[in-house]
Write a protein that binds this ligand. Structure first.
Ligand SMILES: *Cc1c(COP(=O)(O)O)cnc(C)c1O
Length: 464
């Protein structure tokens, strides 16, 4: 093929943008009849993708947007490996097992050899698996007591949509603690108001989506201990550590939220967020094999021993697992700590800068003991600012930055916030360039007062 291209080039007809197949638009709704030169089609598809914008300026996403060259190389090397084919690719399966054990260790499992877990496509799949284990265990307990199993409920704080999916898909009543006033997360008191004998589990989030805050796992745990001593009700917990489970072990090691707490039966985390792996890897680890109901696990015996598999998907790329293992080995605890601490330092710098501008009240400031390296803020109340956070979000879009503005979920739909997530690859220098653009957007509003400040609905898909 290369030889063929050289031949064509020699004839002087290989200028991509002047070629006849590039002089027309790409097909949109039906597959074309004829094949095309791969280089030409590649150029057009790559150019269309360029219009997505620059992912590293997307400060809304929690997912990795900067990856080491070695990660790109490993991904290329593993593109043909299907991780579900454990007899075909036993080394990939082995790397997955090692990652599970390293995570069990990182999350202070009392007996890592007895812990069990799996990779997933992300925290969403991991949450489904964790929720199913809670549901099956609750049913088994109820049946053993001769009690009905038709009214299961799950208690959470204001959660990511994956838990809404779990409760709807599996027909579980969702008792989601709404935000009230200045309380934007779960508290022990609010949990106790909602739990009963039909509660399959309590799910605190380590790094709430809307603000980045850690929910008080240990305080909730203590409240559930008290509840048990008073009523006999023994409730399990699952921690949604999508972001936090890859942060707190390194940057807040004394925060007790993990398997050090006996009620914590399982933990999920997103490898592709602060696990620093490329898109499409998550993890779930159970405290012990007893916490994962056997009926949910399908045993595959290809490897001589037993390879338990528990997943919603079947075929999946093995590269994300290989890279997760690469990251654990290459960075170690030291590397993760340095990278994440840098993100927190930059978040705290941004929080100070935004606070100094005047019109804003900081809600989360990037304190590693309180949340993830994200900052969120709102406009000070009781003042007519002449603009909204939605105007600011749209203004920053003009410079390529995506700094989302959105309203809170129930019961604070009245409150709009803006949020920045600081990730690996967002340097102190980029942060200062962002602040220049933020100040420019504000002074633009001074010079050209806005007649009709944008609402969330009017800003449409522009802001998040
Ligand atoms: C991102 C996130 C999820 C969903 O995770 P994916 O890896 O995107 O599937 C769930 N819970 C929380 C708290 C999150 O931040």
């Amino acid at each position: 093929m290369l030889h063929e291209r050289h031949r064509i080039r020699d004839k002087g007809v290989d200028e991509i943008f002047a070629s006849s197949d590039v002089s027309v638009v790409l097909p949109k709704y039906a597959m074309p009849e004829k094949e095309q030169d791969p280089r030409h089609t590649y150029q057009l598809v790559a150019d269309e993708l360029m219009l997505d914008g620059n992912s590293r300026q997307n400060l809304a996403t929690f997912c990795q947007t900067w990856l080491e060259p070695e990660v790109h190389a490993l991904m290329d090397l593993t593109m043909d490996k299907n991780m579900v084919d454990k007899d075909e690719y036993p080394r990939t399966a082995e790397l997955e097992e090692r990652c599970v054990h390293m995570l069990a260790d990182l999350w202070n499992s009392p007996a890592t050899e007895n812990s069990i877990g799996t990779s997933t496509t992300g925290s969403s799949e991991a949450a489904m698996l964790g929720g199913m284990a809670l549901l099956w265990n609750w049913r088994a307990r109820r049946r053993a007591e001769g009690k009905p199993t038709d009214r299961p409920n799950l208690v959470t704080g204001p959660v990511q949509v994956c838990w809404h999916k779990f409760t709807r898909y599996w027909d579980v009543e969702h008792r989601e603690i709404p935000m009230e006033g200045d309380r934007l997360i779960m508290t022990p008191e609010e949990v106790l108001k909602r739990v009963d004998e039909n509660t399959i589990g309590v799910v605190p989030t380590l790094g709430v989506t809307f603000t980045g805050d850690f929910e008080p796992v240990e305080d909730v745990h203590r409240a559930l201990d008290r509840l048990q001593s008073e009523t006999g009700l023994d409730l399990p917990m699952h921690v949604d550590g999508a972001s936090g489970a890859f942060l707190a072990p390194f940057t807040a090691p004394h925060l007790t939220w993990d398997f050090r707490l006996p009620r914590v039966k399982s933990i999920n985390a997103s490898g592709h967020k602060f696990g620093l792996s490329p898109l499409s890897v998550g993890w779930i680890v159970w405290r012990s094999k007893e916490d994962l109901p056997e009926e949910l696990v399908f045993d595959v015996n290809y490897l001589g021993g037993n390879m338990p598999t528990f997943a919603l998907n079947f075929s999946r790329p093995g590269g994300q697992i290989a890279v997760q293992y690469y990251n654990f080995s290459r960075l170690g605890r030291e590397g993760y700590r340095k990278i994440h601490q840098q993100c927190y330092d930059i978040a705290m710098y941004l929080a100070e800068e935004i606070d100094r501008l005047g019109p804003f009240e900081i809600l989360s400031n990037g304190d590693p003991h309180k949340g993830i390296p994200a900052i969120s803020w709102k406009l000070k109340e009781g003042v007519d600012h002449g603009f909204t956070l939605f105007d600011l979000a749209v203004g920053l879009r003009a410079k390529g930055w995506k700094v989302p503005a959105y309203t809170m979920p129930a019961n604070r739909e009245d409150m709009a916030v803006q949020r920045i997530l600081v990730r690996h690859g967002f340097s102190r220098d980029l942060a200062s360039l962002l602040m220049n653009d933020y100040r420019d957007a504000l002074s633009h509003f001074d010079r050209h007062p806005i007649v009709h400040p944008l609402t969330e609905a009017e800003a449409g898909g522009f802001c998040h």
